[in-house]
Design a protein around this ligand. Structure first.
Ligand code: HEC
Length: 147
């Protein structure tokens, strides 16, 4: 049984790199299934929080509001535990720093760069890191970009 669980986890991790989601609904269904059986890592939970927070920020921007407060939870990217088999390598650290700097820029009220552009830049860092680590969620992350 233990052995089977290992195989299952391994499949989940592999799917992180190869899965290309066609639609949100399909993804939600497959996700619900997976979550019945394995505990998401602290990092996976944090990432889902990133997604939700950035969706809120996007809607604020589209409504013409200026996002004011940088969610300090974002800094947990430096400490959250990753799933098994994954380690924080130098690339991961570099992208984490880039991401935090880009996200902080979204909340820089002194900036001369349009807020949409700063927001898309931060989402661009999410995508860049995912290209090196975990390509599965990229189609979903791309939906955060403001067109
Ligand atoms: C520094 C690299 C890096 C950055 C930046 C990054 N991610 Fe991730 N993301 C990862 C890794 C690695 C995982 C896999 C985590 C694990 O399995 O422990 C992941 C997982 C995810 C997942 C899947 C979570 C799950 O339920 O399995 C989503 C969704 C996600 N990221 C969205 C985002 C969004 C949105 C952003 C930007 C706001 C972002 N990521 C920024 C590296 C990154």
């Amino acid at each position: 049984m233990k052995y089977l669980v290992y195989i299952f986890c391994f499949t989940v991790i592999l799917s992180c790199n190869s899965k290309v989601e066609e639609s949100d609904t399909k993804e939600e269904v497959s996700k619900a299934k997976v979550y019945d059986m394995y505990e998401p890592s602290e990092m996976a939970n944090l990432m889902n929080e990133f997604y939700a927070e950035n969706l809120k920020i996007k809607n604020e921007i589209l409504a013409g509001n200026i996002p004011k407060e940088f969610p300090t939870d974002f800094l947990k990217i430096h400490t959250a535990e990753l799933s098994n088999f994954k380690t924080r390598n130098a690339k991961f650290e570099a992208f984490s720093n880039l991401y935090i700097v880009a996200e902080q820029e979204v909340f820089n009220t002194e900036s001369n760069i349009p807020v949409q552009e700063r927001f898309n830049n931060a989402i661009g860092v999410c995508i860049s890191c995912h290209q090196t680590e975990c390509t599965g969620p990229i189609p979903r992350i791309q939906k955060l970009l403001i067109k």
